[in-house]
Design a protein around this ligand. Sequence first.
Ligand code: NAD
Ligand code: ZN
Ligand code: ZN
Length: 348
Amino acid sequence: MGQFMKAVQYQQVGAGPAVVEVPKPEPGPGQVLLRVTAAGMCHSDLEIMSWSGDQSPFEPPFTLGHEGIGTVAELGPGVRGVREGQSVAVYGPWGCGVCRNCAQGRENHCTRVEELDIRPPGLGRPGAMAEYLLVDDVRHLVPLDGLDPVQAAPLTDAGLTPHHAVKRSLPKLVGGSTAVVIGVGGLGHLAVQILRATTGARVIALDVADEKLELAQEVGAHEVVHSDGSAPARIRELTGGLGADVVLDFVGTAPTVQLAAQSVAIAGDITIVGIGGAPLPVGFGLLPYEVSVAAPYWGTRSELIEVLDLARSGALRAHVEAFSLDEAPEVYERLHAGKITGRAVVVP
Ligand code: NAD
Ligand code: ZN
Ligand code: ZN
């Protein structure tokens, strides 16, 4: 008889997350079984659980958690490259590993995920909010090399996604430039640190909650601004009327994409990371001249390695609150209510 383990599952459309017992997975050829040491909780999980059946590409039931850290518990036949007991981070946006984009490490841009029905762990297939996580291929693993698992968990998405988003705009983020960060939650508080560590930009951070603005200041924002109707004018004032060279929106709702449009400089970048889904009209005369707009997805394998390197150098430190698996459903409610500062991390 097989063994069982505890997992936090999204079980059916319309239901909240639940702690359940599921069979402990066994690694097949090429697979690696991790004993999970930390799993980050992302706002996207709430978004996904709010979608209706036909809206969602992810079919429940599945175990949540797409920010996973673990120690190698068991190697399937033929696996080389990691050893039992080693502490590793899981690169989440799995691709086919073979197409042109995957060959460049851009598995988040894999062209064959639909055709091959490949899902990231925690987003349609079993994720990291469990005692064990099965990983399909050793290439999805990055050694932690000394990083603390609870600290590292948010880096795999809340760190990687802003790092990828900032990288597209690096040529514009020279000394004297300004970057605006809208939403200082799990992703936003790491975005501020990534901007400080990798660019010369002055960072203006916005949120609706005072404690989030305090965190923004603690982690290196030069200015903090309350995110309301007067924010665009305040950003113009802080930039000598020019607006921000780069606006990163970690919310993506109607008020924040409008704020982004009203705050961006001529030839600036608007990057919508939040999956609020509000449209931003793009066309001549609708935005300042030559503004570029993108809605990026997660990051590349090599960018995850860069983010972990940045953390090891001391440039990045996730602000984390740790919880047990049993507490996860209640912590999701707190996240929904805006009561998590930084990132919630589940420790099985
Ligand atoms: P979070 O809940 O930790 O943080 C969101 C923050 O936005 C909170 O601090 C909240 O107070 C703030 N906020 C809400 N409304 C605001 C407003 N009008 N103006 C300014 N701030 C506001 O969420 P998170 O886990 O950091 O995720 C952020 C967003 O990014 C979510 O939409 C999530 O689904 C998305 N996401 C996207 C990707 C991607 O690849 N594109 C990856 C991960 C997460
Ligand atoms: Zn996420
Ligand atoms: Zn591919």
